[in-house]
Design a binder for this molecule. Structure first.
Ligand code: ZN
Length: 408
């Protein structure tokens, strides 16, 4: 008996050693969706000196060593800890709620903060002197590497770019003075959802760097920003409840500290979790809308849900301008993830809050990154309804009626 107790004690201490918990500064939201700096435990760590865990290792820039808790740059540590904390939440969501075996079987991920390099499919990091990237985040696909250049194969990674300040006057919007970022973002949502807000904002920082080049007037159409789209409604919500380091919303200066924004972290991890069917080759309205749907689910905030319901461009009651479907939504230049996001969020009205996430998760099996809204995406929804709706015949009709009313 004594032996058994001893064995149990040893086993318990071994397990405890395998997973360390460190309490540190993390940005998280309170009940009213406001971002606050809190002391929270990082779980599943395998180190008590650095942000290195069973499922995620957070490194700085192109480095390979995990960010240390005693790094002199306290904001860097908080960025690494915040990304780590919310990535674990997102991973657990897909395993516990969506029962994803794919996510459960994924190898440990490298996550980078403060990385400015563009992504290169052959070499992973594009050359340092190519336009550096700021104010956004992206998820890169795994790569085979390039033996001749000494580039080893890599798995999927999530990259968070550093923040860069841009003045509101840099923005040239018809109608002149808009004041602060709050009114800029709101005007953007009302007038210009034909292009993605985050791509636009990221481009803005680059335009600042290239004032004397033709890029300055052409940043809307930049194609080198991969999968950074997301939806404008989500980003605007993020701004209104900005992270405590930025407090950008009421100011004349804009910057986005993507590693400190829970919903951006969830959005990027959703790309990872959906990548068994939605491969990370390029951005499309469909995959951005899907990723934001899960970002909204994982955020699990009544406040955010109300905003999405009221302001989405598909059928939000308070949206200044409800978009009807347009063929332009299908092309990559005008990828309109807001519309897709609204369509997915709307499924809750028919399927209920409980069933909708499971439905949307299964929908990924019926579509791919190249799916168009009008064809494969709708077909996928109808097909998923055959498998999963409580009353497929009635529910399919209700779904199609709603789409019909928006010109699809
Ligand atoms: Zn995305």
């Amino acid at each position: 008996m004594k032996r058994l107790t001893l064995l149990i004690l040893i086993l318990a201490s071994l397990t405890a050693q395998a997973s360390v918990e460190v309490v540190t500064r993390v940005v998280a939201r309170d009940q009213s969706f406001r971002a606050q700096i809190r002391q929270l435990p990082l779980r599943h760590l395998i180190s008590d000196v650095a942000v290195d865990g069973e499922f995620f290792k957070v490194v700085k820039g192109k480095g390979e060593e995990a960010v240390r808790f005693d790094d002199a740059d306290k904001d860097l540590v908080m960025r690494a800890a915040t990304a780590y904390y919310h990535l674990n939440l997102a991973r657990e969501y897909f395993i516990d709620k969506m029962k994803s075996q794919y996510v459960e079987g994924l190898p440990k991920m490298v996550v980078r903060v403060e990385l400015t390099n563009q992504f290169n499919e052959l070499g992973k990091f594009a050359n340092d002197n190519l336009t550096p990237q700021f104010n956004n985040a992206l998820t890169i696909p795994a790569g085979k590497g390039l033996a001749s250049r000494g580039v080893k194969p890599w798995d999927m990674e999530i990259w968070f770019r550093p923040q860069k300040r841009v003045h509101v006057d840099t923005l040239k919007i018809k109608g002149g003075a808009l004041g602060d970022w709050g009114s800029v973002l709101s005007a953007f949502r009302k007038q210009m959802h034909m292009t993605s807000l985050q791509r636009f904002l990221a481009g803005l920082a680059q335009a600042e760097l290239n004032r004397d080049t033709p890029m300055y007037d052409n940043f809307y159409s930049w194609e080198n920003v991969l999968r950074t789209a997301g939806t404008s409604i989500m980003l605007e919500a993020v701004y209104q409840f900005a992270d405590p380091l930025s407090r950008a919303f009421s100011r004349k200066w804009f910057w986005l500290d993507s590693a400190l924004v829970p919903e951006i972290i969830y959005h990027e991890y959703a790309h990872v979790a959906l990548s068994d069917h939605l491969v990370l080759s390029h951005s499309s309205a469909v995959i951005e809308g899907m990723a934001d749907f899960f970002a909204g689910q994982i955020a699990n905030s009544a406040n955010l849900a109300t905003r999405i319901k009221d302001y989405n461009t598909f059928n939000g009651k308070k949206a200044k301008k409800n978009e009807s479907y347009m063929v332009q939504f299908e092309t990559s230049d005008y990828a309109n993830s807001d519309f897709v996001f609204g369509m997915l969020w709307d499924l809750k009205k028919i399927l209920g809050d409980e069933l909708a996430p499971d439905f949307v998760y299964n929908l990924r099996e019926k579509i791919n990154t190249n799916s168009t809204i009008r064809n494969q995406f709708i077909e996928g929804i109808i097909d998923t309804c055959n498998d999963r709706c409580a009353n497929p015949f009635v529910d399919k009709l209700r779904i199609l009626q709603r789409y019909d009313s928006r010109g699809i």
